[in-house]
Ligand binder design. Structure first.
Ligand SMILES: Nc1ncnc2c1ncn2[C@@H]1O[C@H](COP(=O)(O)OP(=O)(O)OP(=O)(O)O)[C@@H](O)[C@H]1O
Ligand SMILES: [Mg+2]
Length: 308
């Protein structure tokens, strides 16, 4: 009887875990489609503005040339014109206009980057594996997290150091891999935020600059690539490290963490990609995640795994 109860409890636990993961991946795929949709929708208006901006620049240049020429040829214009020149402060206008156009172009450039990142990040090729340049995935993830990496309140800026090797495109589910990068990097950012809890100003001032190191490399013989994401934040004690991939395991307050990020990531790397993911951490020093993926996969094997 006792045995039976234990079995049932275990099955229930497993069911609950599966349910959580299903909910989470469903949420992410809906979210992924939404993000891709937004990325796509804003792309047209951005193109429109950006296309017009280059015409405006031309027209403005032409008009300024005309004003200059007129000024040269007619150094003593009609008083009414002189009055207007004063009123609109022509000298300042001529100086400021190109600057304004320049900063508008910068803004458009940023919008283009964001739109591209949204689309790269959310590539929802859920049903089939495709070749994907994973550096693009990491970069789009970083772009979406950009404002969280900036200094916030008392927390200083988090610098991202990239050491990218020369990687071939990897056969994978891009949208899902990006989710993994997002989960790991977001956790590192949370860990830096936590550094500031219960610390004195002196301790904080003595803390080393915050860095997230992202290194990739290829192992030609094994035909694998490795992605290493390492932070120098809080690290974790061994008893936490042992449980990070467990569904619903979190050390964060209710509302901040669901404890699913790494459980989902584990499922994506191990089950969906037949890869490996490992975590090593030293309490008080930092945390390192290492992901290993095959450069190309036996599709039959993978789909059998994914279905199973
Ligand atoms: N870089 C890290 N530094 C320190 N602790 C970490 C780090 N990454 C993960 N952890 C620990 O592992 C736990 C589980 O992480 P996981 O991403 O699965 O869940 P979560 O971040 O708590 O919640 P969720 O990701 O669902 O919002 C975290 O609560 C934290 O204690
Ligand atoms: Mg997390």
């Amino acid at each position: 009887m006792q045995e039976r109860t234990a079995e049932l409890t275990q099955s229930l636990q497993q069911l609950q875990n599966t349910q959580l993961q299903l909910i989470q991946s469903e949420k992410m795929s809906t979210l992924g489609q939404l993000i891709a949709g937004i990325g796509h929708e804003i792309n047209n208006p951005i193109g429109f503005i950006s296309g017009n901006c280059s015409h405006i620049e031309e027209y403005v240049k032409d008009l300024l040339r005309l004003v200059n020429l007129q000024h040269q040829k007619l150094p003593h214009p009609d008083p009414e014109i002189e009055e207007l020149v004063e009123e609109i402060d022509l000298e300042y206008l001529v100086e400021d206009l190109p600057k304004i156009l320049g900063s508008m172009e910068q803004g458009i450039g940023r919008l283009k980057d964001i739109s591209l990142s949204l689309r790269t990040f959310a590539r929802s090729d859920i049903s089939s594996m495709v070749e994907f340049q994973i550096h693009e995935g990491i970069d789009s993830t970083l772009m979406l997290l950009k404002h969280q990496l900036k200094d916030q309140g008392e927390r200083s800026v988090i610098e991202v150091v990239k050491q990218y090797g020369e990687l071939p495109p990897i056969t994978c589910y891009p949208g899902q891999l990006n989710q993994v990068f997002m989960n790991i990097i977001a956790n590192a950012i949370d860990a830096f935020d936590d550094l500031y809890q219960n610390r004195s100003v002196e301790e904080i001032a003595a803390a080393s600059p915050h860095t997230i190191m992202i290194a990739t490399s290829i192992q030609h013989e094994q035909q694998t690539v490795t992605i290493c994401i390492e932070d120098n934040a809080l690290g974790m004690p061994p008893e936490v490290q042992a449980r990070v991939f467990e569904p619903s395991f979190t050390t964060k307050p209710v509302g901040k963490g669901t404890g699913l990020g790494l459980a989902i990531s584990y499922q994506i790397i191990i089950d969906k990609h037949n890869g490996q993911i490992n975590c090593s951490s030293t309490s008080g020093q930092g945390t390192k995640f290492i992901i290993t993926l095959a450069t190309s996969v036996d599709r039959k094997k993978i789909s059998a795994i994914a279905l199973g």
